[in-house]
Design a binder for this molecule. Sequence first.
Ligand SMILES: Nc1ncnc2c1ncn2[C@@H]1O[C@H](COP(=O)(O)OP(=O)(O)OP(=O)(O)O)[C@@H](O)[C@H]1O
Length: 349
Amino acid sequence: MTDPVIRFAHVEKIFPARRGTPEVAALRDVDLAVPEGAVLGVIGRSGAGKSTLIRLVNGLETPTGGRIFVDGTEVTALDEGGLRRARRSIGMIFQHFNLLARRTAFENVALPLEIAGVPGREIRARVEPLLDLVGLADKRDRYPAELSGGQKQRVGIARALATRPRVLLSDEATSALDPETTDQILALLRKVNAELNLTVLLITHEMGVIKAVADRVAVLEGGRIVEEGPTFALFARPQHPTTRAFVSAVTGSALPPYVAARLKPEAGPGAQALVRIVFTGANATEPVLSRIGRLLRVEVNIIQAQVDEIAGTPFGVIVVGVPGTPATVTALLAALASLHLSAEVLGYV
Ligand SMILES: Nc1ncnc2c1ncn2[C@@H]1O[C@H](COP(=O)(O)OP(=O)(O)OP(=O)(O)O)[C@@H](O)[C@H]1O
């Protein structure tokens, strides 16, 4: 195994108390590693510490504890000059694009190369293929005000790639875009990740973004990583309540409100048990459920079903209702386990 390209070791960031406001522990004991060529998505609610986390990677913030390594260099040990050099191998894109209004698309992409002192001819030779790569060759002389949000973000991506970084940081890059444009930009991120073997760290508050691009996910809450793992596994078996809430928002595993309101933790007389089953790739849903029903001689009611794709693999979540007797529930769970399907009892109605 090669070393991770980005590594956080016991990172802490405490903002000191100031004029009446108490100190804020924005990050506590964060350990994270992003392998070469991987896309790690960090998801968290507002105030969880996401922006602080990403800003530490290129030295826009300094930690109050721990160390951060990028591409073998400890960025937390660099002086200003060292940081400036290191930033050339770290591209960043932003929610509000941060383009210069008085520069054309071409000139915005060229900017980091001008700053690095690259000669004009070489700048052209580098910027034009980048505009091609992001699909904006025909907009090279347009100003930001003449571009749509998605086009502006394409310029932002091309600019971030201009210095041929090994790492791309994405700070809520699609939060200001409509769903369709979001999909296109996420597809572009996936493309540059694959074609340039870029290591990507992205932060978002939307699980849909994670689902579309991330290989791995870390869930941040109150400055701590509460869960971390491969995207598919995290969707299939979320452990922490916060992860479950994020996952259910996009997989349809949240129960319809009229069912959720009646859900009880214990089975009353005549109650139905609600069981959430995750179907992945190979298993076909309907035949499996009707076969299990026949085998156990119980009626399996489908309460809710949704099929989706996560990290390129089909993924279905189905909630079924069965008679809530312990014998039936145990038999159902055993039958599902024998088919390697993950299932859990949500409660009883
Ligand atoms: N410069 C600062 N000074 C003091 N506190 C700060 C500073 N920057 C961030 N914080 C605090 O640190 C915590 C984490 O903030 P951060 O911006 O990293 O969260 P976030 O997850 O990115 O939130 P959002 O999604 O709303 O941007 C918050 O409580 C915030 O108020």
